[in-house]
Ligand binder design. Sequence first.
Ligand code: C2E
Ligand code: MG
Ligand code: MG
Ligand code: MG
Length: 293
Amino acid sequence: WAKADGKARWTLFDPERNAHRMTRQALSSTLRPAVDRGEFTLEYQPLVGLGDGRAQGVEALVRWRHPQFGTLPPNRFIGLAEENGAIVELGRWVLERSCHQARAWQLARPDEPPLFVSVNVAVRQVWDSDLVADVAGILDETGLAPELLQLELTESAVMGSAGRPLQALQALSDMGVRIAIDDFGTGYSNLAYLSRLPVSVLKLDGSFVRGFRSPEHPNPADETIVEALVGLAHRLGLTVTAECVENADQAERLRRIGCDTGQGWLYSRPLPADRVPVLLAGPPMTGEEGERG
Ligand code: C2E
Ligand code: MG
Ligand code: MG
Ligand code: MG
């Protein structure tokens, strides 16, 4: 009895779990003030045309430069921010920063085709905030054309989007902002339903490319599925981006399948804003020089 009791109590006060819980609480309660203190920063990862190896846009990815815990990746705090609602303020900051940055690059390279910026939007931003007014205000204030802004939502965010969220997506799309479905293929969405929504881009989840035939994965099923998905998406008027393109072989297969753009370590890791123009000034990103960034 004593032993079992002791063990149960030990589990209850497991110091590691306790420390983990306290860290989560500390992060959760400081998210909002951290937005005001300017502790967040964005990195940008190019979205590259598979045909010509040119960057067409960049995805903005948030990081938290935490004074105590160092630089934290989004999977450490986005979920917490969604739970406690801080995602609304954080998300607004990300949108504002991204649009300012995209406009600054455009002004700095007036003779080049401008890059679009693709911003991740959490479901709560569509439900709990006035996303449409925020986006309109930010575009107005930064001078960025709506066509140069793309919003990435997950399947689950749009699948049940009747009523208000659907109206928001429609209004954004009417404004000229592109809507992309992020991590496509990981949820339950069906293309027939998606095609009736104001969505214009599918971002195929990284698991598809990871499943391409290789010495370790002799089964070509994922390649067949991607080919069918790309064909169907194109016929429905959607463009397709592949995530997690890590090697030249994957890029070549995607290109042959007809996928439009790719994103991944083959082309570049996510970069700080000032490194993006350096990358753009370089040769096309065919990946022949190997991994960059
Ligand atoms: P995501 O939107 O699917 O972003 C792509 C993630 O894949 C990024 O991770 C990126 O660094 C990583 N990645 C890119 N290329 C490769 C590759 O070739 N191989 C592999 N293995 N990974 C690659 P990151 O930056 O850690 O972001 C993780 C997730 O956090 C994002 O997934 C997105 O869902 C979320 N997130 C990031 N920034 C924001 C934001 O501003 N707002 C919201 N709501 N969510 C964000
Ligand atoms: Mg994304
Ligand atoms: Mg994604
Ligand atoms: Mg993903």
